[in-house]
Design a protein around this ligand. Sequence first.
Ligand SMILES: [Zn+2]
Ligand SMILES: [Zn+2]
Length: 300
Amino acid sequence: MDRSRATPVANKRSDQAATQTSRTFTTQTATRPLLDITLLPSLLQYVDNDLLRRRSEHNYPPSENNFCSACGKLHDAAKVRSTYLPLTCGCWMHYRCFIDHVVGQDANRRGHKNDCCPACGTRLFIWEGIVALTLAQRTVVWMPGTKFAWRDSYVDEHTGYLVTSDKSAYESDCALISGLIQKRFLDMFAPNAPAPRYTDGSPDLTACYYKVLQDLGSYGRPRAKWLSFSRTGAQDGSVGLSMFGMLVTLKMRGFMIEQHSAIVETEGWADFENAREELRGKILRDVRGSGWSWAAVESA
Ligand SMILES: [Zn+2]
Ligand SMILES: [Zn+2]
């Protein structure tokens, strides 16, 4: 996705120059209108492009006595040290306080949804559970295991798990993914399985991967909040959808290496690895655009 942004202009300046002009840039960003809701970025695009790349503004609040709009503490008095930065709505807060809000565990909630600024309520990005989970893990924020009301609990008909919380829903979906990977892999060795298309006779792991995805779709998965993704948005799928695909490839890769390590030398494996790399490249392009390098952003 090629979204042109104003922020790289600030990043090209030297640190000193950027510091001197940071308020100018802050003001410009704060008044930027969000007119078209369909242009909202994915949560990951928002964090990695709109927030973390604006380093020249980080830790330079508008005043010495600036209080975090999320936790209410003085900007340099957070319990856990964290970058202090402005959201695109103009509210300043600790990065960890922002992430706490995104995953729904900020202590001072004002009723604003996870895709909105916790302070002023402006809608900022498209929220997807699997993206929020990834960001929480990257920031080492603990994932809340919200318990369901008893009437919302259920037994997963495909795994037999008793699902009573977001955490157990996540575990049940993961167990289903692992079970389907195993089943679809063994199917390739059944007597009626189609002949392998590779000269070395190795199984078509890429086709196996797509069958697992198809199965998951037909079962209405993922069901878990922390694996959910948007089914609208970009034509070739949301960032969350790509990340869900990546999760499945990584589980499949782990299964192969641990239980069928001989497959690593095969043509089928090489194709599967190429497909995984392509998907990784797509996520990078979608999130950062083609002009940015992966290493340019560090966790705040
Ligand atoms: Zn804070
Ligand atoms: Zn705000």
